[in-house]
Design a protein around this ligand. Structure first.
Ligand code: ZN
Length: 424
């Protein structure tokens, strides 16, 4: 820490205390929190510059070059750091529970959102199909309503959700009408329909999910493949999916699914055509869905992800995926800028889930903010085959704010310095 930085923090802490006494005398500071001197990245509002961000009543109150520290109850020194909208992870598995043999649907392979979100700068996470129309209410009461993280959901086209094994193969439990009704009933929480893990030759799961998505006016996210021989990826991307539907696991090469980069190392022309018609390409890293041999040639040919999601679950978090910042850092090494990876998981992610009120720092928006450091050093990044890529920079979350509240503070930047003075 530089001397200048240290002095700033001491003065910031003293200021907080001073204003605290002013508040006791009836002079409430104008802002509850001021994040000062950081490099603000807010693609939606065209901000890519050093700015101060002021928060009041849980909302963004001002973004300007020099907001007086005296106007805020708490001042955070963000010099040398990036200040971004709270990150959005559009593919995670959050319907955790203790029911045996249920995988990602009230099962132990899913994870609690708050245990992973804020420490990685995320304020919004989307569960990718843990629940179907039959058990969405349980997911809502058990997880959504009890989390500080904003938890949204894709509803699985299978009524019982992502319970694994034969449950996910049951065409008789894929009801477009009831799925659409549930999605419409809980429009505040449900942002799409999910298809996953179906390993038959039929197109029914896809067509019914698209039918449900059309009825409820939400996109479909698809985890495609599993049949041998593989169903046509061209047909999926250019015939079945609609513009705005999401193809996740874009850098995977798994049994039963054609990869996007062919044996000649070229991004398939039909994949380029699908992007042109508006299909969304999402990373969905997971435990087995990110291969350098797919991601590197795709990036070299300029085929980069729309969204960089994690496919967070109990397996991926302890493998090569780790967390959303680690996955974003991989794409820094594949040639994306910090601006690009942040945009992918903020304003672009918000567009993809059709929640444009999220993912930006415009005045009046809910104050969901991440303060990120770009660490320099020697790092290593893994793909799903276990290959290691060395790297020299890595994103790290210093501070996360959800609805104006500090919910993660790696180095105590929002807190006053400890003092021997017992009267403090
Ligand atoms: Zn997944």
């Amino acid at each position: 820490m530089s001397t200048v930085s240290l002095l700033f923090r001491i003065s910031g802490a003293a200021l907080a205390l001073h204003l605290g006494s002013q508040a006791a005398a009836g002079q409430t500071p104008r802002y509850s929190l001021l994040i000062k001197g950081g490099h603000v990245l807010d693609a939606r509002n065209g901000v890519d510059a050093v700015r101060d961000v002021a928060i009041a009543d849980g909302k963004i109150a001002a973004v300007a070059p020099d907001i007086p520290a005296a106007d805020a109850a708490v001042v955070v020194d963000a010099r040398g750091l990036f200040v971004t909208p709270g990150l959005i992870d559009i593919h995670a598995h959050l319907f955790y529970g203790t029911e045996a043999h249920t995988d990602y649907s009230n099962g132990p392979r899913a994870v609690p959102p708050d245990s992973h979100s804020f420490r990685s700068g995320q304020t919004t996470m989307v569960d990718a199909g843990g629940a179907g129309w039959r058990n969405f209410l349980q997911f809502k009461e058990q997880t959504i309503d009890r989390s500080r993280t904003r938890v949204l959901a894709y509803l699985h086209i299978v009524g019982h959700g992502m319970k694994g094994g034969p449950v996910e193969q049951d065409l008789g439990d894929m009801d477009a009408k009831l799925t659409a009704q549930r999605a419409t009933q809980f429009r505040d929480h449900i942002v799409g329909i999910k298809v996953a893990h179906y390993n038959g030759p039929e197109w029914d799961p896809v067509t019914r999910a698209v039918e449900a998505g059309t009825k409820a006016n939400v996109p479909v996210m698809i985890d495609f493949g599993g049949n041998e021989p593989p169903q046509s990826l061209d047909a999926l991307l250019n015939t079945h999916l609609r513009p705005g539907d999401i193809f996740t696991h874009m850098c995977a090469h798994v049994r039963g699914r054609t990869p996007i980069v062919n044996a000649q190392g070229q991004v398939e022309p039909f994949v380029l055509a699908a992007r042109k018609r508006g299909v969304i390409f999402d990373v969905g890293h997971g435990g087995g869905s990110f291969l350098f041999r797919q991601a590197i040639p795709a990036a070299k040919q300029g085929f980069l992800p729309d969204v960089i999601s994690t496919d967070l679950h109990g397996g991926s978090m302890n493998g090569g995926m780790k967390d959303i910042l680690n996955v974003m850092s991989k794409f820094l090494h594949l040639g994306m800028s910090v601006q690009d990876v942040v945009k992918a998981n903020t304003s672009r992610a918000a567009e993809v889930i059709k929640r444009p009120e999220l993912g930006h720092l415009g005045v009046g928006a809910e104050a969901d903010v991440a303060v990120l450091g770009l660490r320099k050093g020697e790092f290593g990044f893994l793909d799903s085959s276990g290959w290691r890529m060395p790297g020299t920079q890595k994103l790290e979350c210093e501070l996360t704010v959800k609805a104006g509240q500090v919910v993660w503070d790696l180095n105590g930047r929002s807190r006053p310095l400890w003092s021997e003075d017992k009267n403090r």
